[in-house]
Each structure stands twice: as structure tokens, then as C-alpha cells.
Write a protein that binds this ligand. Structure first.
Ligand code: ZN
Length: 430
């Protein structure tokens, strides 16, 4: 490029006079130079002449294709960040816009704080998302590290994020609704954060924000609810991703019911090691949760993270036992990630009546009747027990850091995993 972009110049493209006006007022007050366009036709010319550092672009304008205009802008000035203004947050449009280089989204009606925060991030003036909950996690992290400094120093790791933003689309298992994921790299000490399409509020992937744990683990807080986080978190745990912004609407897509595509997504983005360090949680003594009957889950100190799971289900599953010792994402991807969610037909019918699963989407799990698997070929004879280990892998990332210890579980589910994590958190003062 021959000339530098105008750092303080922002172009607002929106057909609504009121929106342009309020954006201009807010941003001018902060010392930015604000240019306006009420339609797309003059955008190219303004960009050529004025070289704004940032464009705020309405995604829905009459007779204007917002995505088309986005593509055009990124072609003309790849360095210019484009933040989309969207009327009704739709994750598909967001996925598409991100694919074509949109930096972020702000939603109408515009909030003053949200607008300023996003603009500052887009201009590189504010490095991270301001989030009180994140600070809380950071504090807990520091307190824990003081107490166990000596022990944990042996298990210090470089923090990691992704090299670039990536997207994936799919359906929610429980809602059946089309959904998608947008992953953005984040600076060190940000943690794993889930947000809606605009990133002005985010809920951390942390035990303190666990919502329901019935058939899947959900997070809830800051006005954001995200369902079925466990398979995706299992992958982040396995790849040791410490800082990531995950944009999603309602529920993480179930895809084929396994975690394999998430592994592909992380590898597509590439992993970026960061300058800051963090440490694993090294379990200091045994912790155990007795549930009912012969259900139980426990963890004991070990020099690795491993899970032994035992299940005894009605035919055709029967008794299955599997032990997995984590030694890097390659083995995780081979042994655990491909194992899919499963369900019994009789339960599914019940859930359907309760509106908890959408019958049209049953290709997203292994379906069993009293005799056999009815909709697919198994990937492993013991795919069921391996999937249970995948669920534990995901839930156990909710302490906010990778963990060392050997888990032994028998017939347990998400609620029991969460109960054990709470015991560990309390016992280790995390
Ligand atoms: Zn699962």
C-alpha cells in the first residue's frame, strides 16, 4: 500500500438516518472523524478518497447486498476492518460475513458502551473484551497459583489461541435449530469466552457459569445462554487452547454427534503459542462423588490426565469399559473425538414429546432400539463408553485450565461431573 489508512477515520454505511446520526454523535464525542453513507453506491469512492481505518456497515439495506459490499471493501482495502451492523442477530449471516472478513458485529438498537468497545477493538485500541467475570477467573487463578506455586511450576505451559478466525455451521441437537460457530483468537489471559454475535458481553467457559446439566452441559450468565458445550470444550481441552472468543447463538452445533469436526476446525485455524504462561491444575488428593446405587465418579492424583469409564446399559450396549490416558491431541483425535452421542429410541420419543430433541435431526446421534443400532454403523465396538469419556474431557475444562489427575467414573453423567469439579474447586481453593 502506498499510503497509510486514516487511523481516526470511521465510515458509517446505513440507510437509517437515525442510526448514522447516533453513531456520529457517539464517535465524534470520542474524537473520531466520522464519514457517512446512506447507500452503498458511494462507498467505494469514499474509501478510495478517505481511506478510513474502520467501516461500520449495515448488513440489511434496501437494494443493497451487505455481504457483497463487505467483499468489495475487503478487496479494495484488506487492512480496513469492517464491523457489520445487524438488525436481528442471525448466526448464519454472521458466519458468512466472518468468512468474508468481517471483524465483528454490533446489533441494533446500538448501545453506547457496546459500540465504543467494538470500535476500540476494531481499531486495535482496546486489546481484550472487558468482562468482569474474566477478571474474577483471573483472580482465582492467581490465588490458586500462590498456594500451589511449587508443585505447579513443573507443569507450566505456554498459553495458546488460534492463528486466525474460523467458522462452522450445523444444527443444535436439542433445539434442532440451524446454528453456527465463529471462533476468534484472543490475547493472553482472556480465557475461553462465549458471546452472541456481537462480542460486547460474554460468558466464560467456567464452572461458576454452568446452567443446566440434564442431557448436556450449558453455560449461562451475562444474558447469554449456550447449550451443549461439552464436545467442543473437550477439543479445546485436548488442544490446550487457553484464549478464544466463541460466537454462537443458543446452542453449539451437534454436527455428527462427535468432536471430530471441531478438531478439524482447530487444525484449519492453526494454533498460536502466546508469550504468557499458565499452569495445569494438578489434583492434590483424591476427590469422590457417590451418586446413587453403583454410580460414582472420582479423581486421584496422577502425572497425566486420564479417564477410566465403566458403563452397564441395557441391550444392545451391555457392559463397556475403556481407559484413556491423554498424551496429546493426536491420540485424542484417534481414540475419543470420533465417538458419537447416542440415544435409545424409547427415550428419544419421550424427549421429543417434551420438545427436548427435534426428530428431524436424528442423523446427529447413534440411535438404538432394544436389539440393535438402527441408523448407522458404529465407528468402534465400544463407541458408547468412548463418548462418555469425551463428555468428561469437555466438562473437566470448566475449571478454566487443563487438569492432571486420573478420573474413574461409573454410569455417571454431566451433573455428576460438575459436582466433582465443584468439590475439586473447593478442596483446592481454585
Ligand atoms: Zn456427549
Amino acid at each position: 500500500m502506498s499510503e497509510r489508512l486514516e487511523e481516526k477515520t470511521i465510515l458509517v454505511v446505513d440507510d437509517e438516518d437515525g442510526v448514522r446520526e447516533s453513531v456520529r454523535e457517539i464517535l465524534s464525542d470520542e474524537g473520531y472523524r466520522v464519514l457517512e453513507a446512506a447507500s452503498g453506491t458511494i462507498v467505494a469512492e469514499i474509501i478510495r478518497k478517505e481511506r478510513p481505518r474502520l467501516v461500520l456497515l449495515d448488513i440489511w439495506m434496501p437494494e443493497m447486498d451487505g455481504i457483497g459490499l463487505l467483499k468489495e471493501i475487503k478487496k479494495m482495502e484488506p487492512e480496513t476492518n469492517v464491523v457489520m451492523i445487524s438488525g436481528h442477530g442471525n448466526i448464519h449471516t454472521a458466519v458468512t460475513a466472518t468468512k468474508f472478513g468481517a471483524f465483528d458485529f454490533i446489533e441494533k438498537p446500538l448501545s453506547l458502551d457496546g459500540l465504543l468497545l467494538t470500535v476500540r477493538r476494531a481499531l486495535g485500541e482496546s486489546p481484550a473484551i472487558v468482562d468482569e467475570s474474566k477478571r474474577k477467573t483471573g483472580k482465582a487463578r492467581r490465588r490458586g497459583s500462590k498456594a500451589k506455586a511449587a508443585r505447579r511450576s513443573a507443569h507450566t505451559l505456554k498459553q495458546r489461541t488460534l492463528k486466525k478466525s474460523v467458522v462452522i455451521s450445523g444444527h443444535g441437537l436439542h433445539s434442532g435449530v440451524k446454528t453456527g460457530l465463529i471462533l476468534h483468537p484472543l490475547p493472553p489471559n482472556s480465557g475461553i469466552l462465549f458471546s452472541g454475535i456481537s462480542a460486547d458481553a460474554a460468558v466464560p467457559a467456567h464452572l461458576d457459569y454452568v446452567g443446566s446439566t440434564g442431557y448436556a452441559t450449558s453455560l449461562s450468565g451475562k444474558g447469554i445462554v449456550v447449550g451443549t458445550v461439552e464436545h467442543f470444550l473437550g477439543v479445546l481441552h485436548s488442544y490446550r487452547i487457553s484464549n478464544l472468543l466463541v460466537k454462537v447463538q443458543g446452542e453449539i452445533p451437534i454436527l455428527d454427534g462427535s468432536a471430530l469436526e471441531f478438531c478439524g476446525l482447530i487444525e484449519e485455524a492453526g494454533i498460536q503459542e502466546q508469550e504468557h504462561e499458565w499452569s495445569e491444575i494438578v489434583v492434590d488428593r483424591p476427590y469422590r462423588v457417590e451418586v446413587k446405587g453403583d454410580e460414582s465418579i472420582a479423581i486421584e492424583p496422577a502425572d497425566f490426565f486420564g479417564v477410566r469409564y465403566y458403563l452397564d446399559y441395557p441391550k444392545p450396549v451391555g457392559i463397556q469399559e475403556y481407559t484413556y490416558i491423554f498424551n496429546g491431541p493426536e491420540s485424542f483425535k484417534r481414540e475419543i473425538a470420533p465417538a458419537r452421542t447416542f440415544g435409545f429410541l424409547r427415550d428419544i420419543e419421550k424427549l421429543e414429546k417434551l420438545g427436548l430433541v427435534d426428530g428431524g435431526r436424528l442423523s446427529n446421534c447413534i440411535l438404538l432400539d432394544d436389539e440393535k443400532v438402527i441408523n448407522t454403523e458404529l465407528r468402534f465396538p465400544d463407541e458408547f463408553v468412548r463418548h462418555k469419556i469425551l463428555d468428561i474431557f469437555g466438562d473437566f475444562y470448566l475449571l478454566g485450565r487443563p487438569i492432571r489427575g486420573m478420573v474413574s467414573a461409573r454410569m455417571t453423567g454431566h451433573s455428576d461431573n460438575i459436582t466433582l469439579l465443584k468439590e475439586i474447586k473447593k478442596g483446592m481453593d481454585l
